[in-house]
Design a protein around this ligand. Structure first.
Ligand SMILES: Nc1ncnc2c1ncn2[C@@H]1O[C@H](COP(=O)(O)OP(=O)(O)O)[C@@H](O)[C@H]1O
Ligand SMILES: [Mg+2]
Length: 310
């Protein structure tokens, strides 16, 4: 995961997992993703220098000197490194291939490699808004017109709302925005029809092993397109309607099959805009609204999965 000093207890889902695991009597070990090692031969081929984590005065701390552990001997490994999904992230998933049949990795390294958060949504055409992924600038401008004159463009590797921009036909910035996001036609960008329902909020649905744990609604600040908490979106309690429950059940089956156990779906106006798999967040806010520690469900599920009963 990221360095412990960077963990914000009030907001970090990783903190929620650690708090629950410690409370349920587990030991929690910390390593950075580039500290994983893989050696040829033997069974202990994947290892990492780890430090034991504790919660002190409400903050997460890693204590003592690092000791090297054989990753295959751990009950579970959570990959909780914030995006972007860069080369270091991709290599970590490949190093963890060495233990994926020996321990539980959340999420499965193969699933993480296969499912780009923006592209993977296109696997569910029934539920996604009209979307185009291309580096072709003319095609992107034509798409803006095709969807009624307003669209949203995003980088493939972004997160937390970074680089997400609104493009309107006839706007004096429209060409500059498309040039920027495609690196002048050299890099893929994602464009979606603009969903006006975004002003009512972007619903984050958290799923565990294909089943919904619950949802929170992120409402953009006044005058802002992006609802992400990171850029000032406010968080409200919410529920799933019948249409959303059907969507979640359908997408959930596929997530389960792909080893994407802990996932955050982003829904705007009942449409699936993004499938967050790298390090989805929201469990702290959900726990506050539900009045119980939802991360306990995740740790209990890990226990059952290891016992072969989940
Ligand atoms: N198709 C869309 N229509 C309207 N608003 C959108 C659309 N796609 C994204 N947004 C806005 O931009 C924010 C970030 O987009 P998202 O695709 O979730 O990327 P990320 O959260 O990874 O940065 C959303 O929370 C929402 O407020
Ligand atoms: Mg999002």
């Amino acid at each position: 995961m990221d360095p412990v000093e960077r963990i914000v207890p009030e907001k970090d889902t990783s903190f929620g997992f650690i708090e629950a695991a410690l409370a349920l009597g587990h030991e929690c070990l910390h390593a950075l993703i580039h500290q994983l090692e893989r050696r040829s031969g033997g069974t202990s081929s994947v290892s990492a220098p780890v430090r034991s984590m504790r919660i002190e005065g409400g903050r997460l701390v890693a204590q003592g000197d690092a000791r090297r552990v054989d990753v295959s001997e751990l009950d579970a490994v959570f990959i909780r490194k914030d995006p972007p999904f860069d080369a270091a992230y991709a290599y970590a998933t490949q190093v963890l291939e060495g233990v994926r049949s020996q321990t539980l990795v959340v999420n499965d390294p193969r699933g993480l490699r296969d499912a780009n958060e923006k592209l993977y949504a296109l696997e569910f055409p029934r539920w996604t808004p009209r979307t185009l992924v291309t580096a072709d600038r003319n095609a992107l401008h034509a798409f803006v017109a095709e969807v009624g004159g307003r669209a949203v463009i995003k980088p493939l590797s972004g997160a937390g709302g970074f680089g997400v921009l609104s493009v309107s036909e006839g706007d004096s910035n429209a060409r500059a925005i498309v040039d920027l996001l495609t690196n002048e036609g050299q890099q893929l960008a994602v464009m979606q029809e603009y969903l006006p329902a975004v002003s009512r909020g972007d619903k984050r649905v958290l799923l565990l092993d294909g089943q919904p744990l619950g949802a929170i609604l992120r409402v953009p600040a006044r005058g802002e397109l992006r609802a992400n908490i990171h850029v000032g979106g406010s968080v409200e309690p919410t529920e799933l309607d019948a249409h959303e429950r059907e969507l979640v059940a359908d997408v959930g089956q596929r997530l389960r099959a792909d080893g994407l156990y802990f996932v955050g779906l982003d829904l705007i106006g009942g449409k699936l805009t993004e499938v967050n798999v790298t390090s989805p967040t929201g469990i702290r806010e959900l726990s506050t609204f539900l009045g119980r520690r939802v991360s306990d469900d995740v740790i209990r599920w890990v226990e059952k999965k290891r016992a072969g009963t989940a």
